[in-house]
Design a protein around this ligand. Structure first.
Ligand SMILES: C[S@@+](CC[C@H](N)C(=O)[O-])C[C@H]1O[C@@H](n2cnc3c(N)ncnc32)[C@H](O)[C@@H]1O
Length: 378
């Protein structure tokens, strides 16, 4: 029988091969922390557009353990329902998970956390990433905040079972946790639309924020921001094609079903396929930060939840696309202008973009801070 210890070593080898275990101390954390303690006996597996609960008893111990140690994200909660409580497949959105180990390790690697540094983690989830931080830094140096009470209670149980006692907080991690400040690093394992100012206030000068920046189009960019002694945080996106679920207070509001309005019509040569590109999608989100993106089969629709505006494309006879725009915001104009700036720069990947964050203003820029830039919603 394959043991948990052997599977942990196998996972460590796999992550090492990907360059995600830069220091031996991280390798020993992966080898020491039993991921199975953090998944209880059920997770959700994707099943088309739904999430199917899978139980340990269904698979048998060996197959279950192999699944646990796959470098895969295991969703543990869908729309607030835990995998153990689901009686059948669910159609909702994942609201908690154990993130794939390579990404869990990528975050502190990028943050460049050193011995004895004090870390604030946002999004405890199952507690697996928290346990790795504890192993590496010592329990006393780790504070982790989880928004969901049930998830937080389960994480506390998992961490106890694994022999760790970090400082756990149940609440909104977008407020940070002032009592533990100043931190050397803040690591968010949920995505944000903007950087919460409290994170700037609770970091020491020179400290870092490592997070994914996302939004209502669900485009994503991973970034490490370093705080200077004037309270300004700056960084460049890494180009990793990774994403996390949005922090709950930053989630998309419900929107009505999309019914196409004829609106004002014009021709465009800007391909809606540009929004399929990782960076093109990100640029579109910067340009229309309160819009959602819907794929319609033969084009895209942009639906602005703030103003009710919409824009949608369809192939035009004779080439190019016809765009229909309706409502106070001309969403396609906004997106097209931003895509044009990106194309003029040679359609670089996300590493060409950076971000500057002050207490009162947050911008993502292309090339350098004086280049084209977009203000993030506050
Ligand atoms: C991807 S999961 C975390 C994965 C976790 N670090 C792990 O490896 O097991 C994201 C978690 O962030 C939590 N979350 C969402 N918004 C939050 C917020 N504002 N403050 C704290 N936690 C939040 C979710 O409830 C969810 O459990």
């Amino acid at each position: 029988m394959t043991t948990s210890t052997a599977l942990r070593h196998g996972l460590a080898d796999e992550l090492d091969g990907q360059g995600q275990l830069p220091a031996p101390a991280w390798r020993s954390a992966v080898e020491a922390v039993p991921r199975e303690l953090f998944l209880d006996d059920a997770v959700f597996r994707p099943d088309g557009t739904r999430w199917e609960p899978v139980r340990r008893e269904q698979l048998g111990d060996e197959a279950w353990l192999r699944m646990v140690y796959a470098d895969t994200t295991w969703v543990t909660q869908v729309d607030g329902v835990g995998a153990a409580d689901a009686s059948g497949p669910l159609a909702g959105r994942p609201t908690s998970s154990s993130t794939l180990p390579s990404l869990v390790l990528r975050m502190p690697h990028l943050a460049a956390i050193g011995d004895g540094e004090k870390v604030l983690e946002i999004g405890t989830g199952t507690g697996y990433s928290t346990a790795l931080l504890c192993h590496r830094l010592g329990d006393q140096n780790v504070t982790s905040v989880e928004h969901d009470q049930d998830v937080a209670a389960a994480a506390a149980r998992h961490l106890r079972a694994a022999g760790h006692a970090p400082h756990l907080v149940t609440g909104d991690g977008l407020r940070g946790h002032q009592a533990g400040a100043d931190y050397d690093a803040i690591i968010a394992t949920c995505a944000v639309r903007t950087i919460p100012p409290s994170w700037l206030w609770q970091l020491r000068d020179g400290g870092s924020i490592t997070t994914t920046l996302s939004g209502w189009m669900l485009a994503s960019g991973l970034i490490r921001l370093a705080l200077d002694d004037e309270g300004i945080a700056r960084g460049r996106f890494t180009g990793d094609t990774v994403s996390y679920m949005l922090a709950r207070p930053h989630e998309r509001p419900p929107r009505p079903t999309f019914y196409p309005h004829p609106g004002t019509t014009r021709h465009t040569r800007t391909s809606p396929d540009l929004l399929e590109d990782w960076t093109g999608h990100f640029v579109a989100q910067l340009a229309a930060p309160t819009a959602e993106l819907v794929r319609t089969g033969n084009g895209v629709a942009l639906l602005d939840v703030a103003t009710g505006s919409q824009a949608w494309t369809e192939p035009a006879d004779g080439g190019g696309w016809t765009v229909h725009q309706d409502g106070p915001a001309n969403l396609w104009d906004q997106v097209e202008n931003a895509l044009a700036l990106w194309q003029q720069a040679g359609t670089p990947d996300q590493r060409a973009f950076g971000m500057t964050v002050t207490e009162w203003d947050q911008t993502v820029w292309l090339g350098d801070p004086d280049g084209p830039h977009w203000r993030l919603p506050t």
